[in-house]
Design a protein around this ligand. Structure first.
Ligand SMILES: Nc1ncnc2c1ncn2[C@@H]1O[C@H](COP(=O)(O)OP(=O)(O)OP(=O)(O)O)[C@@H](O)[C@H]1O
Length: 342
């Protein structure tokens, strides 16, 4: 008898990701001399002890040896709750029991920048980056599911900043494609079920149910309300929206890159008449990039800023300079758009 369908589903998702990692690894190590080549690639799982990442860890432990891959695990202790260090040690123990090696529990200090969720995330990714480099891993697996993707799309939609923010999380991201998300097409229930039938104990992070957190409210109130109103397929549809939006956003970014050289004069300044002739989606991308290049921090540059700069092109009536974050100023001078720090 084969494994339970939920276990089969998580293993298949991980097997596919490992095949991709192996292909990428073989391509990159073909460029190295035999002396530089590592013995066998190491893949780490980032595990919180929650159902998604425990399911991921179990599937990695099962699939990796069959492909000649070494499998390890990292758990990050954010230090945000009393006893979090003991819990992290317990997660590490469970990962070792699954046969993962190396396994490490890393304590981090969470700052305040960008709010509690963003600060914890930044600290976590910094720790995962460092652990990955320390162990010479070629990839780190993350347990984000289709449900997480749907939530991310809704959060992006509420920001109102265009299709890039609707494109959610990428299956492959980070420096050199380090981060992989094998469960992006898999629903949370399947991961939970896979833990249950394998008798894997899981830890439910109280933050996930804390209404003080936006994502938690979305998970427990927003999405259920949407499902009630629109039907069960809404999570799947939102995750599909992420993929379609990502493809569209990539295409528009590529278009903007090409168009950018054509709208600059010999001195490199942006020509207003040429910008005017472009479709708004392409023009706004060029304006956004120019603002970031001039020193505006990407995270503080909102759609309304770019719309205002855009009006210097599309609704010109002699208006003054526009102030942007990072002390960047955009102004129209003699048919040219000048964006610089000043
Ligand atoms: N403390 C942690 N240590 C290591 N990895 C983590 C930690 N917290 C989150 N991750 C990684 O990031 C992924 C997404 O985490 P997040 O908390 O957003 O989602 P989740 O649905 O609660 O996941 P899980 O059920 O695995 O905790 C996790 O699946 C895991 O791979």
């Amino acid at each position: 008898m084969g494994p339970h369908p939920a276990v089969a589903a998580i293993r298949l998702a991980v097997r596919r990701a490992l095949h991709d990692i192996l292909n990428d690894h073989q391509t990159s190590s073909a460029e190295k001399t035999p002396h530089e080549r590592p013995p066998s690639p190491l893949v780490l799982v980032a595990c919180s002890g929650g159902a998604d990442s425990m399911a991921l860890a179990s599937a990695l432990a099962f699939e990796a040896p069959k492909l000649g891959i070494r499998a390890g695990g990292i758990t990050v202790d954010h230090g945000l709750q009393p006893g979090s260090d003991l819990r992290a040690d317990e997660v590490a123990l469970r990962l070792r029991e699954l046969g993962l090696d190396p396994v490490e529990s890393v304590a981090v200090t969470v700052g305040r920048e960008g709010g509690p969720e963003a600060a914890a995330r930044d600290a976590r990714y910094a720790a995962l980056d460092a652990a990955s480099a320390r162990h010479g891993a070629c990839a780190v697996l993350l347990g984000h599911t289709r449900d997480d993707q749907a939530e991310t799309v809704l959060l992006g939609l509420a920001r109102g900043s265009g299709i890039r923010s609707l494109s959610g999380m990428a299956a492959v991201s980070g420096a050199g494609g380090r981060y992989r998300r094998p469960f992006l097409q898999l629903d949370r229930q399947t991961a939970r079920k896979a833990c249950l039938v394998q008798s894997l104990p899981v830890w439910d992070d109280p933050h996930n149910a804390d209404p003080a957190y936006t994502r938690s409210r979305l998970r427990h109130e927003g999405l259920p309300a949407l499902e009630k109103a629109l039907g069960k397929g809404v999570v799947e549809a939102l995750a599909r929206t992420a993929q379609l939006s990502r493809d569209d956003a990539d295409a528009l970014d590529a278009w903007a890159s090409q168009a950018e050289t054509a709208v600059r004069d010999a001195a490199g300044l942006l020509e207003c008449a040429k910008l005017y002739a472009l479709p708004p989606a392409v023009r706004r991308r060029i304006l956004r990039r120019a603002a970031i290049e001039a020193g505006a921090p990407a995270g503080s540059l909102f759609a309304r800023h770019i719309e205002e700069v855009d009006r210097l092109i599309t609704a010109w009536r002699g208006q003054g300079a526009i102030n942007l974050p990072g002390k960047v100023v955009a102004q129209r001078q003699g048919g040219r758009l000048v964006i610089r720090q000043g």
